[in-house]
Design a protein around this ligand. Structure first.
Ligand code: HPA
Ligand code: ZN
Length: 346
């Protein structure tokens, strides 16, 4: 579609909700709702430092990334069995289907679990089974991206990669997450080089709180194909040109940025600026159970706050399919169904 016809302001939220979309930046441990945290704590006999679901939820007042990560890792401590990982991902896929997500690439943090004695096999098999069922039941194509925790060492990342090798065929790529500032991409250059040799796709969080320099090194030293977040790129015009020229997708997460105080309010979010500068930005939920919304909440709230139009919706959804690690035939099919959806609104 070369030109997108305007859609009236009243109908725009409906278009945003109904259009097919891909989610490329979701930490599956960040989809763990407080109710499920309590249910799994009970099932597994894990003690929580919160008396109730409400008390836990009231702790979700974050000031920056680290203040969130402390609570996020505590929440993940209830996950012990393969069924726990399945149940968590299953709940996410049902929410994703309701938001017309037709393709999802799930981040998972194995080191959060292996450090507690949970095996890589338990984690990967539970998540993979949920991916298989999402395809069969909801028609969502889904794959797994294993993230290295950047606050840990290169040696620990190599050990994690070693543990994942028996499940290589169940993992589409690797990523880099956790506390960004002080843990630059170059710390993991050798691990990423090895992952590249293994044929894994490469992504990394960069420019969420960290400087544009981290985006440059993620591109040039890690050789990533997408940048997760990347919103700090707007501070560096040469970097903006590079990202636009090479069509490097940014997996932007507006409600996450709001809740972690990267932007003071959604009206000041730079998603529209990134798109208007020709960057391949996408919209994603990051850790929806913690940040107050899944995919459609991110779309509708950000459009309402920034005045973006149907043409931006088209760009965001088509970018999400083009930047995905799905096969060419799946990408084509999803882009065709996106076009068909927009036709019904013209
Ligand atoms: N940034 C870095 N690490 C993370 C995030 C995030 O937004 N969510 C879960 N781990
Ligand atoms: Zn993230």
């Amino acid at each position: 579609m070369n030109s997108v016809r305007p859609v009236s302001p009243e109908r725009l939220p409906e278009l945003l909700r109904l259009m097919p979309k891909a989610e490329l930046h979701i930490h599956i441990e960040g989809s763990l709702e407080p109710e499920l945290i309590f249910a799994l704590a009970k099932r597994n006999g894990v003690a929580l430092p919160y008396a109730s679901v409400d008390e836990l939820r009231s702790a979700y007042a974050f000031t920056n990334l680290q203040s969130f990560l402390d609570i996020y890792y505590a929440g993940a401590s209830v996950l012990l069995t393969e069924q726990d990982f399945y149940d968590m991902a299953r709940a996410y896929f049902l929410k994703a289907a309701a938001d017309h997500v037709v393709h999802a690439e799930l981040f998972f943090d194995p080191q959060t679990h292996t450090a507690r004695g949970v095996s890589m096999e338990t984690v990967v098999r539970g998540l993979h089974r949920a991916c298989v069922d999402a395809q069969a039941g909801q028609g969502i194509s889904a794959s797994l991206i294993m993230c290295f925790l950047r606050h840990l060492s290169e040696e620990e990342a190599f050990e994690t990669l070693e543990q994942a090798l028996p499940y290589r065929e169940l993992i589409v790529g690797v990523g880099l997450d956790s506390g960004e500032v002080g843990n630059p991409p170059e710390k993991f250059a050798r691990v990423f080089a090895r992952c590249r040799e293994l044929g894994l796709h490469l992504v990394a969080h960069a420019g969420e709180e960290g400087p544009p320099a981290y985006i440059w090194t993620a591109l040039d030293l890690l050789k990533v194909e997408r940048i997760d977040h990347g919103v700090q790129a707007a501070k560096d015009p040469a970097l903006m040109q590079r990202l636009a020229r090479d069509r490097i997708a940014l997996t932007v997460c507006p409600l996450s940025n709001l809740k972690l105080c990267v932007f003071p309010d959604l009206a000041q979010h730079n998603l529209r600026q990134l798109l208007d500068a020709g960057l391949a930005a996408t919209v994603n939920s990051d850790d929806p159970a913690y940040f107050g919304g899944y995919m459609n909440d991110n779309f509708t709230q950000t459009f309402a706050a920034t005045g973006m139009q149907a043409s931006h919706a088209w760009a965001l959804a088509s970018n999400s399919f083009e930047a995905s690690f799905a096969g060419q035939a799946d990408k084509r099919k999803n882009l065709d169904s996106l076009a068909a959806c927009f036709e019904t609104f013209s």
